[in-house]
Design a protein around this ligand. Structure first.
Ligand code: NAP
Length: 454
């Protein structure tokens, strides 16, 4: 430890894992500065959780309480790798914790993937949630049929968003540009494709059940898809199969929209006009299930194919981390190279550098999963503190006042917690007038202006 300097930690990323880590480090006696590339906190709770799930977003209250701690500070609008460097942080903190999540998407690796009308769900979700980096993205939302690839909760979120009634969306904090575009597009049918079977889907039960309660969409499942399923050991998956059986047995109520779950289907090609014109359909391979030697159930192509005509494809096959600021990266897993949260270079720990959340373990679990994950990383940090293995900051640069001065000079437009409270009040006021939780500001300039009290 550096003499006369309290233990100080930087957390890069103000999402759930960043906030749980902040809370636990504050309780362990650290001073904590949380950085985020955006002027706003809360990561995927603000820019990922579906806008029609306000209850899930209420966890923000817990994070806001953490932020009231006197040793907590927030520096929004400061991007690691462009505004500041890894070395500048390690020179200023005993512990630097990377909590910036997995920002990009997995690729299908098939022809036509980048045609207009075929988009990664990661960007689509960020766009409808008003993430400023995606607000100007042009999504060509054609009416008629949309295909969503993937059988996880994100696939369910985007499928549901596409068939919600405009009046249901109007009561949420969905970005205004998206409410308008959804209304204009008029998607009437969504086909959700799973490459494996109903018992292998990654949905959680409440999310799958919600599909059966949609106001204006019938949920359609072919009973044949469920015919050969034997005992399912995992409780969530067993319940998923039961819910899907209920759907398969349910006669359509003649609602205006359809949402179909189709299993054992892998997209082989996104078809469209000319070589790189808009999407017109998907060529799909039909699979069977085979069990590998290690017991994993895998999709194997049967060689049979089918065509699905559609004007929109959303690829929702998982998130992937990106290499940032020279931090050691495990290319195969798409994560920061780490051992139990300690960042490692060629297997050797980098003193004072840690990872937490999705960029540590991969994009899995629900929001609460990050609390335990944060506890594991914080346990490594406190072990290292006791063993004298933390980073050694430069005392001239490291105290709280010196860090503020450095940031004022380096990133003059950054937004502090007080600034976020101004943004929050402003957005809530706009929302109140419309009977919505908030109206999100989606331009970086406007967020910074409001955050500076201008
Ligand atoms: P996910 O749960 O990992 O699901 C990814 C899906 O993509 C799986 O069905 C996977 O199938 C499929 N897939 C992967 N590669 C594929 C390929 N090449 N071709 C076809 N399909 C492919 O990921 P996610 O939906 O992005 O969600 C990320 C995490 O956030 C999850 O833990 C999720 O539960 C959580 N989340 C929770 C909520 C909520 O609680 N309401 C909402 C959204 C997200 P295989 O299984 O065959 O690999």
């Amino acid at each position: 430890m550096t003499p006369d300097l309290p233990l100080r930690a930087a957390i890069v990323g103000a999402g759930p894992s960043g906030f749980y880590t902040a809370d636990q480090l504050l309780k362990a006696g650290f001073e904590v500065d949380v950085y985020d590339a955006l002027p706003t906190p809360f990561g995927l709770v603000r820019a990922g959780v579906a806008p029609d799930h306000p209850k899930i977003k209420s966890v923000i209250r817990v994070y806001t309480k953490t932020a009231t701690h006197e040793a907590f500070r927030f520096f929004g609008g400061v991007a690691l790798g462009t505004d500041i460097s890894r070395e500048e942080l390690t020179a200023r903190y005993h512990a630097v914790v990377y909590a910036f999540g997995t920002a990009t998407d997995n690729r299908l690796g098939i022809p036509g993937e980048d045609r207009p009308g075929s988009y990664p769900a990661t960007s689509f979700v960020a766009w409808y949630n008003g993430h400023p980096h995606f607000a100007d993205h042009m999504f060509e939302l054609h009416g008629g049929r949309a295909v969503v690839v993937g059988n996880g909760n994100v696939a369910i979120d985007v499928a549901r968003m596409l068939v919600l009634d405009p009046s249901e969306l109007a009561a949420t904090d969905t970005a205004d540009h998206a409410i308008e575009a959804f209304g204009a597009a008029g998607v009437t049918e969504v086909v959700l494709l799973g490459r494996r079977g109903p018992a292998e889907a990654a949905f959680t039960n409440p999310e799958l059940r919600e599909l059966g309660e949609l106001e204006r969409a019938d949920v359609i499942v072919d009973p044949a898809a469920l015919a050969d399923i034997a005992e399912v050991e995992d409780a969530t998956r067993r319940r998923n199969v039961e819910i899907l059986r209920e759907y398969a047995a349910r006669p359509p109520a003649g609602k205006s929209h359809r949402l179909e779950l189709r299993f054992l289907r892998s997209p082989l090609e996104i078809l469209g006009v000319g070589e790189d014109g808009p999407v017109t359909g998907v060529r799909v391979g039909i699979n069977r299930l085979v069990t590998d030697g290690d017991g994993r159930v895998r999709a194997q192509a049967t060689g049979e194919e089918e065509m699905i005509e559609c004007g929109l494809v959303l690829r929702s096959i998982g998130y992937r981390g990106e290499r940032v600021a020279g931090i050691p990266f495990d290319e195969r897993r798409g994560l920061i190279a780490n051992a139990e949260g300690r960042v490692t270079a060629d297997g050797t720990p980098c003193p004072g550098e840690y990872a937490v959340g999705w960029i540590k373990r991969g994009p899995s679990g629900v929001i609460g999963t990050n609390k335990k994950d944060a506890a594991d990383t914080v346990a490594r940090i406190t072990e290292d503190a006791e063993a004298g293995r933390l980073g050694v900051p430069d005392p001239e640069l490291a105290d709280a006042t010196a860090v503020s001065a450095w940031l004022h000079e380096r990133v003059p437009g950054h937004v502090t917690w007080d600034g976020w409270e101004l943004i929050d009040a402003h957005e809530s006021r706009l929302g109140e007038a419309e009977g919505r939780p908030r109206v999100k500001l989606v331009s970086l300039e406007e967020l910074q202006r409001v955050g500076r009290g201008e």
